[in-house]
Design a protein around this ligand. Structure first.
Ligand code: DON
Length: 584
């Protein structure tokens, strides 16, 4: 009680001092957007990731003279060791690379591919219902991993240091071990039951007696170290051929998995044309399909651009209403039109068309929420002329990387490859196993995202760059399943519309709506008044009945902004524990 009154007294004294400070500063407001949240600032380079050791691994490589791509690859391999919830060798992802010297952006797609033995109805039971256990926790849930090919190819084409050098920190962390972080020990304890179900996985992540490591205890992964060394010595062949490939196929064959040697050898990384949109004086350069994230971020920004968002006030009820309604239309279109562009003709240009956005804007009632049941994917488009992880890097030359990769669920399907020490993904659940039946993230889909051999499941991962007046400005991205798209959207919108620092743009409370379920999720930090006003407007606001229900965070963005004064500013989102911006 005494502490509380002291705290209140302190607040009052600060508040009463404000007018004087205001006068001293020549009339400009003292409390700016930036005054409560501070980014890490640096001159030479920065790595922002979900894990301390991984960010430091990237920094180590920057200090050796590596560029942003070298640092990203080092971070990617290190996360596979220190953040096994989502850092991976057995998953896939997307990497956006900006090469300053060529002023060029490359979008690298290293998403998993459905094995040749996959088929459209493979997750349906005899009654024709989706068997979620098979789609999420069996070896059939694993697509052919893309991460090792993605990281090694990015390095050889755009990096500057040898693979063995860049992988050095990851190998050391696996071989010699590292003191167990609080974040990882808490996560492993939480998932103990699921991970303990498979003896190989249990042996990888728990002590010999089956108990979790405590914070600070040395955690070694010798089998993973051997796999990393094979990759360092032989490049991607060290994973897709040779003994590691043998171990993957053995694991598959033991328990009904589909991945074969042919699938591994046929895995390909695709460099795709980045998707470009504009928002006022910014250019948004982002990941094209099979990510749905970029398409819908641009679509939603196009809708908002026709309104004066700034004057509504950040996160006011009217502001949130416009964001929410735009989200509903975007996720409705996602369910019908988005899939692997190599298998389905995704109408990207139509969905990201400014005139189409104006049409959506015209349908939005500014006073009332439109129920999701009254919103459908556009019947005809205009004619066309828990764990993932993101990291961003930037170097002194102005190169930058935004990389999001994943095993899908936290720890993927929970199955470690025997003898090779890494977890497998359950990305096959990102396909639409049956039209109209939502996947684990509640997302709906159909024909565009049906399972086919060799196809890549639709993703929400949204690594994104902003360019301001033609100059590189921001690298952003984050995890969160279906909420990735909306959390990246709001982080970059904050930076563009309100000129917030990277710290404030990251920290501000977020919202999420994905069309179905028809529910508006508000993070903690929105006022009760705002919640009530939104409910009055007809939104079904999560957390209104019970505040606990609303105590849910949306994403965890790891972003960097290159400020006009030349300083690199970064923010590791505090929404999930353990995140770290390493800089020098
Ligand atoms: O690619 C996707 O959209 C999903 N596999 C991402 C999963 C995810 O973000 C889980 N956790 N936060």
């Amino acid at each position: 009680m005494r502490f509380i009154s002291l705290f209140v007294a302190a607040l009052i004294s600060v508040a009463s001092a404000l007018p004087a400070l205001h006068a001293q500063s020549g009339g400009s407001p003292i409390i700016t957007y930036d005054s409560r949240f501070h980014p890490v600032l640096a001159r030479k380079g920065m790595v922002v990731s979900q894990d301390f050791y991984a960010s430091e691994a990237g920094l180590e490589v920057l200090k050796l003279g590596g560029n942003a791509i070298d640092a990203a690859v080092a971070t990617g391999f290190a996360l596979a060791v220190t953040h096994p919830q989502a850092g991976n060798l057995g998953g896939g992802g997307f990497m956006m690379v900006y090469l300053k010297s060529e002023d060029r952006v490359i979008a690298i797609d290293y998403r998993e591919m459905a094995p040749a033995g996959a088929s459209r109805d493979m997750f349906l039971d005899d009654a024709g219902n989706v068997d979620n256990r098979r789609a999420r926790f069996s070896l059939k849930a694993s697509g052919t991993p893309g991460t090792v090919m993605g990281l090694t190819q990015a390095l050889s084409k755009y990096g500057s240091l040898p693979l063995a050098t860049v992988m050095g920190p990851a190998i050391r962390l696996a071989d010699e071990g590292f003191p167990m972080s609080w974040a990882l020990q808490a996560s492993l304890s939480r998932y103990q039951q699921r991970l303990g179900g498979d003896p190989v996985t249990k042996a990888q992540f728990f002590k010999e007696d089956g108990t979790p490591y405590q914070q600070g205890e040395l955690f070694r992964q010798p089998e993973l170290a051997a796999t990393l060394k094979a990759i360092a010595a032989n490049g991607a062949d060290g994973f897709y051929r040779g003994w590691v490939a043998d171990r993957i196929v053995e694991t598959m064959q033991k328990d009904g998995g589909l991945i074969t040697h042919d699938d591994l050898q046929n895995y390909v990384v695709k460099e795709r044309e980045p998707l470009r949109g504009t928002y006022r004086n910014f250019e948004v350069v982002t990941m094209p399909p099979p990510s749905s994230g970029g398409v819908h971020v641009i679509q939603m920004l196009n809708v908002l651009e026709g309104w004066d968002m700034k004057s509504l006030g950040h996160n006011s009820a009217n502001y949130i209403h416009r964001l929410t309604e735009s989200m509903k239309y975007a996720y409705a279109d996602r369910s019908k039109y988005l899939g692997d562009p190599d298998y389905f003709d995704v109408p990207v240009a139509a969905i990201t068309d400014k005139a189409y956005a104006a049409n959506i804007r015209g349908r939005i009632n500014l006073e009332r929420a439109t129920p999701s049941t009254e919103i459908a994917p556009a019947p005809k488009l205009p004619y066309e002329s828990n764990d993932t992880t993101h990291f961003s890097t930037m170097d002194a030359a102005g190169n930058m990387v935004a990389n999001t990769y994943t095993l899908n669920f936290t720890y993927g399907n929970g199955r470690v490859v025997a003898g090779a020490g890494f977890l497998l993904n359950n990305e096959m659940d990102d396909f639409s196993a049956k039209p109209g039946t939502p996947n684990a993230f509640g997302l709906l889909g159909g024909e565009a995202n049906a399972i086919e051999p060799g196809k890549r499941p639709l993703s929400s991962m949204t690594p994104t760059f902003l360019f301001k007046d033609g100059k590189p400005y921001m690298a952003a991205g984050g995890p969160g399943g279906s909420t990735i798209i909306t959390s990246v959207f709001q982080t970059i919108l904050n930076a563009m519309e309100f000129d917030m620092s990277v710290a404030t743009a990251t920290a501000r409370p977020r919202i999420h709506h994905q069309w179905f379920p028809d529910r508006l999720i508000l993070e903690p930090g929105h006022s009760v008044d705002t919640r009530l006003r939104l409910a009055e407007m007809g939104h079904s606001v999560s957390g209104l009945a019970s505040f606990n229900e609303g105590e849910r965070v949306l994403g965890a963005t790891m972003s960097i902004i290159l400020r006009p004064d030349g300083l690199i500013s970064g923010m590791a989102d505090y929404r999930r524990p353990g995140a770290h911006a390493a800089a020098y």
